[in-house]
Design a protein around this ligand. Structure first.
Ligand code: FRU
Length: 435
């Protein structure tokens, strides 16, 4: 698999479609695979939702519920808006369903073609926008290194309303999989829009994060970042997370994103006939510290069947535990005198290990016996709880002010050894969930 697509909640269950090659664990012959879930964590595979046709492969896109029958497919129809890729010619198309499982492509496809000579023209994120003056559909599309915004009354005819070239620290890039969501700010009634996209950097360049975001204002036609001159910020600073998309307002009214863990480099040596996995779903919100907005990601977890332990680890003390292939460590507020190492290592003796080293100001991630921090994340002044989730070799670290860190540390589903080493001068409180 690669990108998640068409994330929707049908009133009963969450649907997840995803970029999928049914023939081999390598990218190609792209379909939309399909899975459903009640809780975003336990997924059931369903038959493929969309297959290639004479207009090309079925690239990334989104899906909406057309409650008012604006498109003429019936009130409540599910409509997927995706990119048809015909050997590089990229055009936007529709597919329709009344059960979110059996899909039919629209006979009038494609509904949006690129201007002559425009190559990278893909990954429509469509949503309903309501203003004082009425409601319409909006689409944000990745076009070269720009984001193009469109509007439509019926999902079929689209008009471009604005073009934005996001500022980043890179001289050139190709943008992919844009996302645009409205997020609450802390526990207030305030909210702001957040736009994000994924980046193909120039050859040989490794940006600090391959997904970037900015907070701003969106009026249904144009997105204006709060600080138009500031570079967009990293969403995740691990090597693997890519193409996050959100379920916008599920049954609990919140916004939950999920990304693709790109393990194309890793899986070549794997015997198992699969490649690529989902990140943990993360609830998104904004938090304001000293006037600046930070993107907060909190992992969605179901711990009802885990062994749960709560402990206060005194200074100078180590706690050793073994777990199955999944463990969650939730570290209580990191304070002034804190210095804690959380180390995770498969029991099978392989050299792989990941250490999350926390002190009052930063979280540093040290991987694979390299000894040197691979990545350091500022925890910020309010240093709330830090969550670390390790699941079958995926390691995901969630810090109070973001960004997250997502990586694949090792292969396999064997047991894990966990060590919590309090090297600081104050006790630290931890919760451990083991499966
Ligand atoms: C991102 C991406 C998208 C595209 C899809 C093709 O990983 O390249 O831009 O639609 O994957 O599989």
């Amino acid at each position: 698999m690669n990108d998640p697509n068409g994330l929707l909640h049908d009133g009963d269950r969450y649907h997840l479609y995803y970029q999928h090659n049914p023939d081999a664990p390598v990218w190609g012959n792209i379909h939309w695979g399909h899975a459903v879930s009640d809780d975003l964590l336990r997924w059931e595979h369903l038959p493929i939702a969309l297959a290639p046709d004479e207009l090309g492969w079925v690239f990334s896109g989104s899906a909406v519920v057309d409650r008012d029958d604006t498109a003429g497919f019936g009130a409540g129809a599910f409509v997927a808006v995706f990119t048809h890729d015909d050997a590089g010619l990229q055009r936007q198309s529709l597919a329709v369903s009344d059960d979110a499982t059996n899909w039919e492509k629209f006979a009038g496809n494609p509904v949006l073609s690129p201007p002559d000579g425009t190559k990278d023209f893909r990954d429509p994120k469509v949503q309903r926008f309501t203003a004082d003056t009425g409601s319409w559909w909006t689409m944000v599309l990745a076009v070269g290194d720009e984001l193009w915004f469109h509007r439509s009354d019926d999902l079929r005819d689209w008009t471009r309303t604005s073009v934005l070239r996001p500022r980043t620290e890179l001289a050139s890039l190709v943008a992919e999989v844009p996302e645009l969501v409205r997020l609450p700010i802390d526990d207030s009634d305030e909210s702001a829009w957040v736009a994000s996209f994924s980046i193909i950097p120039p050859e040989g360049v490794r940006p600090r994060g391959r997904v970037v975001w900015a907070a701003g204002d969106f009026d249904g036609e144009r997105f204006v970042p709060v600080d138009p001159d500031a570079p967009w910020r990293a969403f995740d600073v691990g090597p693997e997370l890519y193409a996050p998309m959100a379920w916008d307002r599920g049954p609990h009214g919140d916004v939950v994103a999920v990304g693709w863990m790109d393990e194309s480099g890793v899986a070549a040596e794997r015997a198992a006939p699969w490649c690529g996995r989902l990140s943990l779903p993360r609830r998104l919100s904004l938090t304001r510290v000293d006037g600046a907005l930070h993107l907060r990601q909190q992992p969605v977890l179901a711990a009802d069947d885990a062994v749960h332990e709560r402990a206060s680890v005194p200074p100078g003390v180590r706690l050793d535990r073994t777990a199955g292939s999944t463990v969650v460590v939730r570290l209580g507020a990191v304070g002034r005198a804190s210095e804690v190492d959380l180390s995770f290592r498969p029991v099978d003796g392989s050299a792989a290990s990941t250490v999350v080293r926390l002190d009052a100001a930063t979280a540093s991630i040290v991987r694979q016996e390299q000894g040197e921090p691979e990545m350091t994340v500022e925890l910020g002044p309010s240093a709330g709880a830090v969550d670390v989730v390790v699941d079958r070799g995926s390691i995901e670290v969630f810090t109070p002010l973001g960004p997250s860190y997502s990586a694949i540390g090792w292969e396999g589903t064997g047991d894990l050894r966990l060590r919590i080493d309090n090297r600081g001068a104050a006790p630290c409180s931890v919760e451990v969930y083991r499966w």
